[in-house]
Ligand binder design. Structure first.
Ligand code: F6R
Length: 309
């Protein structure tokens, strides 16, 4: 029998958008480095598309960039607080006198001595995107209560009815297809989030790219690749840039391949963002059920961490 713990975790996302803790940054800074891996690393990536007042670099590796100094804000994001790559970057940030802060549910990072937003524990990191993202967004962007409430309602509706997501999962399952998710600004990294959810929840390979970049490479391959029918192309729709919308339509025509279309619903970027995130969450969850694999299981990731400890 499948353990539905992941389903229950997905149902907490709506409450997570109301999480209101944030950072107090009282020193001026020139640039931002966000460090994190996997389900925590996606937080910096999504933030980097929403915030462009200052340069943001996302590090999903061991090394702090050389330029980082006392005018660099370094934000470490690690759900467990024990991820060695993130700890390595945070250690270097402290040595370089960077303005260093973190988001975690505990672990070693919570004891490193800098400002930390503590979030609730007990979930899978990838099920805690709201808890990890909202403190950063609330610190740097103006997220009104109206936006939080509307997002809550939209996610609640999705929790009550995810039959469309199940249909897409069924299509992928029946064709035994590899999803290729095509995003666009400011949701390019949401497409990547879908990819990682397919990897971890459904245990299948998946890929992502974004318009307009994919018009300069993948467009040549979509209709002509080996095993053309092996791929399920999923295109986000609803860009506010009509050039992007035109590109999506023309790309489908030129390549002769129909894209499964998922239109971002909502009245704000935040609402649309969480809509798309949650849509992908449910598709990957249903695909896991259809494949009879446990969506919660990340034992190989954990085993690797143990072997390296
Ligand atoms: C997601 C997941 C992984 C972790 C990653 C980093 O659910 O299990 O992608 O997010 O291994 O670990 P944390 O998030 O604890 O820093």
């Amino acid at each position: 029998m499948l353990d539905d713990k992941l389903l229950r975790e997905l149902g907490t996302l709506k409450d997570q958008v109301r999480f209101s803790k944030k950072f107090t940054i009282d020193k001026d800074f020139d640039n931002v480095v966000v460090a994190g891996m996997g389900g925590s690393g996606i937080v910096g990536r999504i933030f980097s598309e929403l915030y462009s007042e200052k340069p943001v670099e996302v590090v999903s590796d061991y090394q702090l960039p050389k330029y980082a100094n006392d005018r660099t804000l370094v934000i470490g994001v690690s759900y467990s607080g024990n991820t060695e790559e993130t700890i390595s970057v945070l250690n270097q940030a402290q040595k370089n006198n960077c303005i260093t802060v973190a988001i975690t549910s505990g672990g070693k990072i919570s004891g490193m001595g800098f400002q930390t937003v503590l979030i609730p524990g007990g979930l899978q990191p990838r099920s805690s995107l709201g808890y990890m993202l909202m403190p950063i967004l609330s610190t740097f962007l103006d997220i009104t209560n109206n936006v939080r409430d509307a997002t809550f309602e939209r996610l609640k509706n999705m929790d009550e009815d995810h039959s469309k997501e199940e249909m897409l999962a069924l299509e992928i399952f029946k064709g035994q297809r590899i999803p290729v998710i095509m995003g666009f600004f400011p949701f390019s990294w949401v497409a990547y989030r879908w990819k990682t959810q397919f990897n971890e929840n459904s245990k299948i390979m998946a890929f992502s790219n974004y318009f307009p970049e994919l018009n300069h490479n993948e467009t040549m391959a979509i209709g002509d690749t080996f095993r053309r029918d092996m791929f399920e192309y999923i295109a986000f729709r609803g860009s506010s840039n009509n050039r992007i919308e035109k590109r999506i339509e023309e790309t489908s025509k030129i390549t002769g391949v129909d894209f499964y279309q998922v239109t971002a619903e909502g009245n704000s970027i935040i609402e649309k963002l969480f809509f798309l995130v949650h849509y992908g969450d449910y598709v990957s969850y249903h695909l896991a059920k259809l494949r009879n694999v446990d969506p919660q299981d990340v034992s190989k990731i954990e085993l690797l961490k143990k072997r390296l400890a």
